[in-house]
Design a protein around this ligand. Structure first.
Ligand SMILES: Nc1ncnc2c1ncn2[C@@H]1O[C@H](COP(=O)(O)OP(=O)(O)O)[C@@H](O)[C@H]1O
Ligand SMILES: [Mg+2]
Length: 404
């Protein structure tokens, strides 16, 4: 059950309880006052009729005088008076009350409220007067009052309930700020998922690249060694010493390859967190592979001990940017500038190639991954075409105060 419904039920239950207690108090209170009122009226009536009965014989035959007296009195409040002759004939009966004539309280209510009071019989010569307490008018009054109070009570409770529910709905409803936060969180979550996807895809890409490189660089060499070995084994044309020399040459080239791959995976300079040395190594290697592209490098400020994360992030970003230049730009020149200033570290890689309009702005894994990595350090990365052709990646990484 929803929280709103539970609160609804709770409020309704409390209100019902309140109404029941109110009704119970009213019934008790009214029953008591009806009993007191009827008792008093009965006592007064009996007193009055007793005196009348005693004095009636002075004025003539008591029954006739009494009839005349009772007729003059008419209806007495809250009492039914009957004069009955000795032969059982009804000589006088109270006229019906004109107060709220024709109306009565519901039977169950009358039964609930009716006090147990005995009738009184006054004897006189030739007749008897029966005085029967009649609480019907008082009960009807109580009923009318109670109906009014209960109706007002129900109205009040309904109003209270509505007001409470209204207030609760407003309290429970998410505010605009909540909604905005929710939207922001959802967006962040989606971005995080995208980043995770990019990371997994990047890892997969890297594995593929490694597998290809290992196959290309080492697979062929191993096959060549096996061929030389098989030739020697068969005692063929190749003298042992020549075979050994060839195997040695192939192994040396294998060693170079392994060394290059390892260096590329994790340059030794990075272990010492020396960004300058790592960048110089990488630039040398890159130029070896791309001799046609003019490489210009500008390193400024202390680039040692930037911390492991910034060093790695900047190094990998430059690596990816240079790979992109080789892959997408068809450039003649590329410039790398890394400047350590007071505000932090600024890196720019720009080329004069043909920045295609296609898929710019970090939609690819490379630029996307770089941006995430830099942003995780509180920095920012901008990448895009230059106005006069070429492509530029600019990175800023803030350095915490007190850093070397
Ligand atoms: N130096 C550059 N010159 C021209 N285009 C580039 C350059 N660097 C990146 N791009 C463009 O940006 C896109 C996104 O690059 P990136 O995120 O590294 O993904 P990928 O290299 O896998 O395509 C590239 O596909 C390319 O179109
Ligand atoms: Mg790339």
């Amino acid at each position: 059950m929803s929280l709103r419904w539970r609160l609804n039920l709770l409020i309704a239950g409390l209100n019902l309880g309140f109404l029941l207690v109110l009704a119970w108090l009213l019934v008790n209170n009214h029953r008591e006052s009806i009993r007191e009122e009827i008792e008093a009226a009965h006592r007064v009536t009996v007193q009055m009729l007793g005196t009348a009965a005693q004095t009636s014989s002075v004025f003539g035959p008591p029954d006739t005088v009494m009839v005349a007296f009772l007729q003059s009195v008419g209806r007495v409040r809250a009492n039914e008076i009957r004069l009955i002759g000795t032969d059982g004939r009804l000589l006088f009966g109270s006229p019906p009350s004109e107060y709220k004539a024709g109306r009565t309280a519901p039977a169950w209510f009358a039964e609930l409220m009716r006090p147990t009071l005995d009738a009184t019989v006054i004897a006189l010569p030739g007749a008897r007067v029966e005085v029967v307490p009649d609480p019907s008018r008082a009960i009807l009054d109580a009923w009318d009052r109670m109906v009014l109070i209960v109706l007002v009570g129900i109205g009040f409770v309904a109003l209270l309930h509505t007001a409470l529910l209204y207030a609760l709905r407003h309290l429970l409803q998410p505010t605009e700020a909540d909604a905005r936060r929710l939207v922001a969180t959802t967006r962040e979550l989606a971005q995080n998922r995208e980043v995770t996807r990019l990371i997994h895809a990047g890892v997969e890409d890297e594995r593929k690249r490694l597998a290809r490189e290992l196959h290309d660089e080492l697979g062929q060499s191993v096959t060549a060694i096996r061929l030389v070995a098989a030739t020697i084994e068969r005692g063929g044309a190749l003298p042992v010493s020549q075979g050994a020399a060839r195997i040695d040459a192939i192994a040396a080239s294998m060693y170079d390859s392994v060394h290059r791959i390892v260096r590329e995976l994790r340059p030794a300079a990075l272990e010492q967190q020396d960004l300058r040395a790592a960048l110089l190594d990488m630039a040398r290697e890159w130029q070896l592979h791309h001799p046609a592209i003019e490489f210009e490098m500008h390193l400024e400020g202390d680039l040692a001990d930037l911390g492991e994360e910034p060093t790695l992030a900047v190094f990998r970003s430059v690596q990816e940017a240079l790979t992109n230049v080789a892959k997408h730009a068809a450039a003649r020149q590329v410039a790398l500038a890394v400047v350590r200033g007071d505000a932090g570290l600024d890196v720019a890689i720009s080329d004069d190639g043909r920045a295609g309009a296609a898929s710019l702005g970090g939609s690819g894994r490379g630029l996307g991954g770089m941006r995430e990595r830099i942003m995780a350090l509180g920095g920012r990365l901008e990448a895009g075409e230059l106005p006069d052709g070429g492509f530029r990646v600019a990175i800023h990484v803030p350095m915490p105060e007190g850093a070397p």
